[in-house]
Design a protein around this ligand. Sequence first.
Ligand SMILES: NC(=O)c1ccc[n+]([C@@H]2O[C@H](COP(=O)([O-])OP(=O)(O)OC[C@H]3O[C@@H](n4cnc5c(N)ncnc54)[C@H](OP(=O)(O)O)[C@@H]3O)[C@@H](O)[C@H]2O)c1
Length: 274
Amino acid sequence: MPLFPIDTSDRKEIGRTGEKVSAIGLGTWSIRDPHRAFEALVYAVELGIDNIDTAEMYGDGSAEELVGRVLRAVGREKLFVTTKLLPHRFRDEDLAEKAMRASLRRLGVKTVDLVLIHWPDTIASIEKQIRVLESLAEKGYTRYIGVSNFDAALLEEALSYTRKHEIVADQVHYSVAHREPERGLLQLAIERGVTLQAYTPLERGMVARYDLLKKIGEKYGKTPAQVALNYLISRPRVIAIPKTERKERVEEIVGAMGWRLKPEDIEAIEAWRP
Ligand SMILES: NC(=O)c1ccc[n+]([C@@H]2O[C@H](COP(=O)([O-])OP(=O)(O)OC[C@H]3O[C@@H](n4cnc5c(N)ncnc54)[C@H](OP(=O)(O)O)[C@@H]3O)[C@@H](O)[C@H]2O)c1
């Protein structure tokens, strides 16, 4: 039996909001060619991807500007937008508000769907960071709040401090080759209804080279990258957010949905060490 029950749905709930998004969204870190990326992201929406991840840090704001252009092209309502503010913003409500307003300006929207603390700040307490995070939702800048790079202990702590707004997501490094979230965090997320947004799910392209994934993929007529993404979305509560700026790879990524690995192939990946 796989370590977790297999989730066969390609629509995943965000936290306990009742709202669902596609099991695969797209990331926007380290864009090389914004024009090409724009085409790829618009194409992804046409193919049914409805969530996108960005951050004030990516390209010094240029990734948010790119997402803004995509939103204007496809229509704001077509995409669930996640952005992330730098940790030190969460030391103070005014600092966070100023950074949030700058993000919204770059995105060209009044509200984002989800804002995350990019990684835990080491100076402000977790309680303070959550207070400041909640204030952004209180002020109407974001519909939902969440965290990123919080391990199980930190997530549990963060969850204990929320008052009016639930933490709906934790964005963490999770891939076939980096399975740390399976040691506690994923179980907590399942129990507490927190969505895990799996970042670097393709190990920056490395997954394409893994022989085990090639071998498994051949059985399904799928590529190693599709196997790697399918493994992640087979987990309850997990959404994968790969990045590509190539249309042909958008098709490949979309082809990671609509089917599921058999339990024995999930087990083979669980037992494998790259
Ligand atoms: N919260 C955090 O701290 C954090 C940290 C890292 C990332 N993230 C988010 O997660 C997103 C994804 O992570 P990531 O960008 O680190 O890595 P990734 O998605 O694992 O890999 C992206 C890289 O793989 C290439 N690629 C895409 N599809 C491929 C395929 N089918 N075969 C081979 N290579 C392929 C892409 O190149 P092409 O563009 O040329 O296709 C790109 O260089 C980021 O963009 C960002 O939004 C968040």
